[in-house]
Ligand binder design. Structure first.
Ligand SMILES: [Ca+2]
Length: 190
């Protein structure tokens, strides 16, 4: 068998209509210490107008140690409306948990690197790029919720903080761990 036999093919024909800066990385949840079922995820805010479908969006994960990058692809229709957030989670595509909008576990089963670079592409448009240095192992790395999600402001590390709040997301509690705010506006940094 070829080493690449298990890799799924890209979807080059789908170019989502997303321009530079219209999707902004707002929150990251990496590997946790202790009991956790929320899992790892990447939250994006949509800063454009109307409603878009993210199918075909590629997210490239470049580890900070310079090792090989990974690529995950949104392979199913995943809509997001103006001012909303979408959560791409390391979960099964067919059965993501409630707080995950799209599960990328079939593309990428490793964990998020503790430090690295995340690039969001719509075909050859680099929509957003984030460099992060050290994900918290309790809760999430969170863009300051007192600021409007912005592709330039999120380049400024001082606009980020760890969200370690033990307040669960609204609704029935079905998961264990320090959740952060998946799919919701972030908490303000203090
Ligand atoms: Ca959030």
């Amino acid at each position: 068998l070829l080493a690449t036999a298990c890799e799924r093919e890209a979807l080059p024909s789908i170019c989502p209509d997303v321009q530079e800066g219209e999707l902004v990385v707002t929150e990251l949840r990496g590997e946790q210490d202790g009991s956790d079922t929320y899992g790892q995820w990447i939250e994006l805010a949509y800063t454009g107008a109307g409603k878009i479908d993210l199918e075909g969006v590629h997210v490239v994960l470049q580890p900070g140690d310079g090792s090989a990058s990974a690529r995950l692809i949104v392979r199913e229709p995943t809509t997001i409306e103006e001012g909303e957030y979408v959560v791409l989670g390391k979960a099964e595509t067919d059965a993501p948990p409630m707080h995950v909008d799209y599960g990328f576990g079939e593309d990428f089963s490793d964990g998020l690197d503790p430090g690295g670079i995340i690039e969001v592409y719509a075909c050859d448009v680099l929509v957003d790029r984030l460099v992060y240095k050290s994900l918290p192992t309790l809760g999430t790395w969170s863009f300051d919720g007192s600021k409007t999600p912005d592709p330039d402001a999120n380049d400024d590390e001082t606009c980020w903080c760890a969200d370690e709040s033990d307040e669960p997301p609204p609704g029935p509690v079905t998961e264990i761990g320090i959740a952060g705010t998946p799919g919701l506006e972030n908490r303000p940094c203090e």
